[in-house]
Design a protein around this ligand. Sequence first.
Ligand code: SAH
Length: 248
Amino acid sequence: MDIPRIFNITESAHRIHNPFTPEKFATLGAALRLEPGTRVLDLGSGSGEMLCTWARDYGVIGTGVDMSKLFTGQAKLRAEELGVADRVKFIHGDAAGYVSDEKVDVAACVGATWIGGGVAGTIELLARSLRTGGLILIGEPYWRQLPPTEDVAKGCLATSISEFLTLPELLASFGHLGYDVVEMVLADQDGWDRYEAAKWLTMRRWLEANPDDELAKEVRTQLTSEPGRYATYTREYTGWGVFALMKR
Ligand code: SAH
């Protein structure tokens, strides 16, 4: 079981697989006023940077579930590197339907809400692991600027304009699901550059090491077109943030 191999290639050197930077995760952890011993569940935990740094900096304990074998392995190594392997656990598997045995204080899905079939389904899934009064964290894209045409939305790798909401609409949508938005930290364009531009050097080096790989042509095409596509579309139009929610 794994995610499509192309992501394990292009994001192999990423510690954070979304437009957040280490500073943004630290800001989020401080904003949530995390106490030592806070139990965190993270569905789609990637390479584990959020859980590992929060365990180091705020003393949280937690579990991450991710379908990428590579990223899960990197998360375990990171936990050892940061000296928190006794506090965080990483499981390689499908997080769809994953409910923790013990209720947690914080249940998160940061940039992987397809796991629950969209934001609403993911909130429902996370709520099943959450103690009464706990926090849900959702990392999700929104339109910084509404694309003027469907082609611009497609340039942002959205299926259509309607795939994402504007920030006020996204915030209102959490209310319609019965949740208060109690905190948020938003990515910025520098963070987008760290996420997207970091793929380019990884792709270039991978191509040099794997010229005859069956994905070499696809990676070559992406490396050629991605800087321009990203600068024209995603960097201008797509926002991203993590939203902290509490049930009303
Ligand atoms: N939250 C992480 C990773 C976000 S990227 C971070 O902030 O860095 C999305 C992640 O979802 C990837 O790590 C991918 O491997 C994982 N993923 C995709 N489908 C999944 C599924 N069905 N179950 C668990 N993880 C999944």
